[in-house]
Design a protein around this ligand. Structure first.
Ligand code: GTR
Length: 409
């Protein structure tokens, strides 16, 4: 197993140095059988791919919960200047004598009886996504970020609204969609330490960390999204058959894995998810498997380390993760200045899913030519690369809303 320090690692940003690499075939099973229709995809190929990603990339969920309960701790029928219904829900997950709590912040458009909805995580707490003074500040461990006013590993009033620019709440509500968000650190704190968060609920006696094929943090965050969907299914004003998992960057990786493992998600948006998300691993452009497993050893399962500086040995690539979403709508988005996430690798990965979407009579992206910046391609599989940096912008949301109106609503 290769370990190397971040300092030793020189990322490649030169297209000429991208290795010649195979694209593992979506429609040939590991034993060489050819998949000819959607039924064979669903019964043979999809399960074996899903199983590979579970065992070797993200890790398996080691058991089931004993109980999940939901309590509405705050609500207002006239939030955001009368535009929305707001609810804050405390979710309690239980296994034996252990439990974990996280909070969902839910905004629903007032004029709609049943709204389709985006569900996603935020990085620093629900109160950071809006200047709404009624949103509760998380008490959980939070990564320090002086610029955002977060010190001593806890958020305070100082960070209210600091990430509002990433969540176009007004635009979302105006188009008739709801938005539900969760602070990801309440589900599993983002640190290489398995003594807290969701993992601890499932340990057997004396166990201190997940086994080599068991879940890392991305899979734990994905599991949290599914539990939030359990709640949304009970919520009368939500159309739970139209919930789109959304995520940026590491949380885009989590959204993709949530939609891959839980087919109740109606679709998924990967915003700049990069390595271990939408981007092809075998291109080794920007962030690589070895680098991500070194910087963030807790994100994937330990089995994934076999592929550190050894992407050639992977019998799969990330387009096969994306294909697990089929036939549901999938949006992959990149940013021009986010070369670390390998925009071309994200585009090609979305492109290579088209034969699977085709089995279902859905339109993927058949051209191998990347579109120009700010020229979205919007089929059931959609892609855009916008100008600017690694971020979520109004431009991104405007495109997501056009696409979601067409393919989800
Ligand atoms: C980076 C990491 C990326 C991406 C990003 C983020 O440091 O290398 O894979 O996940 O963080 O989440 O913003």
């Amino acid at each position: 197993m290769t370990h190397f320090s971040s300092a030793q690692f020189e990322p490649n940003y030169d297209e000429a140095k991208v290795p010649v690499f195979p694209i593992p075939d979506l429609l040939t099973t590991f034993s060489g059988e050819i998949i000819k229709n959607s039924e064979d995809w669903n019964t043979e190929r999809r399960p074996e791919l899903l199983n590979f990603f579970e065992e070797n990339v993200y890790g398996k969920v080691p058991g089931t919960l004993d109980n999940a309960s939901f309590e509405v701790v705050e609500r207002n029928e006239n939030a955001l200047n009368g535009k929305a219904h707001r609810k804050q829900i405390e979710v309690t997950l239980q296994k034996g004598s252990r439990s974990l709590q996280f909070n969902i912040l839910l905004y629903l458009p007032k004029h709609k009886d049943k709204a389709p909805l985006f569900l996603g995580y935020n990085f620093f707490g629900n109160h950071t996504i809006t200047t709404d003074l009624n949103v509760l500040v998380s008490k959980a461990w939070t990564m320090n970020n002086e610029k955002l006013g977060i010190t001593a590993n806890h958020a305070t009033e100082a960070s209210r609204g600091v990430r509002a620019h990433r969540w176009a709440i007004d635009k979302i509500l105006d188009k008739g969609f709801g938005l539900a968000v969760i602070y990801y650190g309440e589900v599993d704190p983002d640190k290489n330490d398995f003594s807290d968060g969701l993992h601890t609920l499932f340990y057997s006696k004396g166990q201190k960390q997940p086994k080599a094929n068991e879940w890392g943090s991305i899979a734990a965050w994905a599991f949290g999204l599914s539990r939030a969907l359990d709640f949304l299914e009970k919520e009368k004003q939500v159309d739970a058959s139209k919930v789109i998992a959304f995520g940026h960057s590491r949380l885009g990786k989590a959204a993709l894995w949530a939609a891959a493992t839980d087919e109740r998600f109606a679709g998924v948006i990967s915003n700049n998810s990069g390595c271990g998300g939408a981007a092809l691993s075998k291109r080794k452009f920007g962030e690589t498997v070895g680098r991500i497993n070194t910087s963030f050893p807790h994100w994937f399962c330990d089995n994934f380390e076999k592929y550190n500086e050894n992407e050639e040995a992977l019998p799969i690539d990330q387009h096969q993760l994306l294909a697990l979403i089929a036939p549901r709508p999938l949006y992959v988005a990149s940013a021009e200045e986010d070369q670390w996430a390998d925009p071309k690798g994200e585009f090609l990965s979305a492109h290579y899913t088209f034969p699977v979407y085709g089995l279902f009579g859905k339109e993927g992206i058949t051209s191998q030519r990347m579109p120009e910046v700010n020229q979205p391609i919007q089929n059931t599989v959609a892609y855009h690369i916008r100008t600017g940096i690694h971020d979520v912008t109004d431009y991104d949301w405007e495109q997501y809303l056009i696409w979601a109106k067409k393919f989800i609503e």
